[in-house]
Design a protein around this ligand. Structure first.
Ligand code: ATP
Length: 361
């Protein structure tokens, strides 16, 4: 088994009486892109700063490459950080910004030149070596910041919301660039974001944080398809949530009653009599005209309502359906032939039992 490159053991961090991080146990694998995701204030940046050495944990241990690094100063960790606001030197040109750390190490001039040129090649800024920082776009500044952070070949690169200051189009382009740079360097990336799309596009694994604690760790697919908590189901992708009571469990299948329909799906450990939440993703809900009447045969996993909004988004149609006072979301991604159900239409939403995610907490 490969030793994690960074191991966090029972890490805890308080600011006065406030507990910012609690009981964090996490192994970061060599070469992976691990994303710390969670709402504002959940402790992402604090965790990152502890890994970088800018902040000391109140208790617990941090190991880097198997060695206790809890008290090691930042400059003695093979870890570098890229910030949201680049933190570049405006009075230096691109080349000198990237060369800065190498010159501090007193490397030979020729070696500095070789390393900086290789890094500028990696971030595709060879032509910009003598430009001033003030003459660059936001995306180009972030590339310089990346080159500067990678030039020392750190084992771990920490990226704290590095794309947050960029506009959407450049952000998507930079995400692809980050993936390419990750592949070319093989460096372990720890990436902080509160944007679930970024986390989904970029990550090998996602650590979802909630109020200073780890809520769930897994691949983006794990978190999306098999959330283990209501918080995760809600935070990672859009979903429809219903409250219900488990009527019976037979084998691995639970029958659940909710105020307006009955559901059948994988029990995921729920037991008869449990109060549960159900999560059903919008794309699992198939929309069709409501037939009216009570056709009670196989009357599981469906609910009737009225279309409140239908939005055509090219490759999909997003419907908002009002049902018993609740607004549900349904996405049609199959052959999209235009809006079939206009606002006001009575419709039925139905979904297969495997789309039902039963949440017991
Ligand atoms: P955001 O997405 O808004 O950047 P975050 O998840 O990165 O949030 P942190 O910056 O890690 O959150 O902060 C976690 C909690 O700790 C917050 O409630 C914050 O107010 C608190 N906190 C962070 N640094 C300090 C500090 N130096 N002193 C007191 N409280 C702090």
């Amino acid at each position: 088994m490969n030793l994690p490159i960074v191991q966090l053991e029972k890490l805890q961090k308080s600011f006065g009486p406030f507990n910012a991080l609690n009981d964090i146990d996490l192994g970061i694998r060599k070469g992976e892109i691990l994303t710390l995701l969670g709402p504002s204030g959940c402790g992402k940046t604090t965790l990152m700063r502890i890994i970088a050495g800018f902040e000391a944990p109140t208790s617990g241990r941090l190991l880097i490459s198997g060695k206790d690094a809890t008290d090691l100063p930042p400059e003695r960790r093979s870890v570098n950080m890229v910030f949201q606001r680049y933190a570049l030197f405006p009075h230096l040109d691109v080349f000198d910004n990237v060369a800065f750390g190498l010159r501090l190490q007193k490397l030979a001039k020729e070696e500095v030149r070789r390393k900086v040129e290789a890094m500028l090649g990696l971030v595709q800024l060879e032509q910009y070596a003598s430009r001033w920082i003030t003459e660059l776009s936001g995306g180009q500044c972030q590339r310089v910041a990346l080159a500067r952070a990678l030039v020392n070949r750190p084992d771990v690169l920490l990226l704290d919301e590095p794309l947050a200051a960029l506009d959407l189009k450049i952000r998507h382009h930079m995400l692809r660039e980050l993936k390419r740079i990750h592949e070319e360097t093989g460096t372990t990336f720890v990436y902080v974001t509160h944007d679930q799309d970024e986390a989904m596009i970029l990550s090998d694994r996602v650590v979802l944080l909630n109020k200073g604690e780890i809520e769930q760790v897994g691949s983006p697919q794990d978190l999306y398809a098999a959330p283990t908590s209501l918080f995760c189901a809600r935070f990672f992708g859009e979903t429809n949530i219903f409250e219900g009571l488990v009527n019976s469990v037979s084998g691995e299948t639970a029958v659940i009653s909710t105020p307006h329909f009955a559901a059948k799906g994988p029990s995921r450990g729920a037991r008869q009599g449990d109060t549960v939440s159900l999560s059903i993703r919008p794309e699992a809900m198939k929309i069709s005209p409501a037939l009216g009447g009570d056709d009670a045969v196989n009357a599981y996993n469906r609910i009737d309502g009225n279309v409140e909004e239908a939005v055509f988004i090219g490759n999909r149609i997003v419907y908002r359906v009002r049902s018993n006072g609740t607004l549900l979301s349904c996405q049609e991604t199959r052959p999209v032939t235009g809006v079939q159900h206009v606002p006001g239409s009575p419709v039925r939403l139905a979904w297969p039992s495997e789309a039902v995610v039963v949440l017991t907490q």
